[in-house]
Design a protein around this ligand. Structure first.
Ligand SMILES: [Zn+2]
Length: 166
């Protein structure tokens, strides 16, 4: 859809099904090649276990949640990354994709928002006592001394879908 991994400050991941779709589009295909060779974009296939869980969840969510093969695999890869202790953000404007991500408590952001901001808003929290720190003025939890972690502020991502229509 035109996302440029080189313009982002994060590691980006995709699945072979997505990059295959871009093969016939010269400009996008070139961007994928540059991004993968520079290490900014990693192409990875999801595990069968995660694929199965995404499909089951989509089915449970009902008829409105129809995922393409590529969408299913992107979500499954996000689930894999989540289990590896990362905080993946699924970039998609697709309502079904966002719904399934939300069901797994995985953050998502629409490409339109990302294109403007090129940045996520973060919330900081203590992984030990779960105290939240909305501002990043501290590195260590005031209460228990654990090093704080950050995750994308999901509330903002969910809300932005509506505010953009104004
Ligand atoms: Zn703490």
């Amino acid at each position: 859809m035109g996302l440029d991994p080189l313009g982002l400050e994060f590691e980006t991941y995709s699945v072979p099904e997505v990059t295959d779709e871009l093969k016939d589009q010269a400009g996008l295909s070139y961007r994928v090649t540059i991004s993968t060779s520079s290490g900014k974009l990693k192409i990875r296939s999801p595990t069968l276990q995660s694929l199965k869980q995404i499909l089951e969840k989509a089915k449970a969510l009902g008829d409105r949640v129809v995922l393409s093969k590529a969408d299913t695999r992107v979500l499954a890869l996000a689930l894999d990354l989540f289990r590896e202790g990362r905080n993946p953000v699924v970039v998609s404007d697709d309502y079904a994709v966002q719904n399934v991500a939300e069901a797994f408590d995985i953050a998502y952001q629409s490409l339109a928002t990302l294109g403007i901001r090129q940045k996520f808003e973060w919330t900081y929290y203590c992984p030990a006592c779960f105290r939240r720190y909305p501002e990043a003025e501290l590195e260590i939890c005031k209460v228990c001394g654990t090093k704080l972690k950050r995750k994308p502020l999901r509330k903002h991502a969910a809300r932005s879908r509506y505010s953009e229509k104004d």
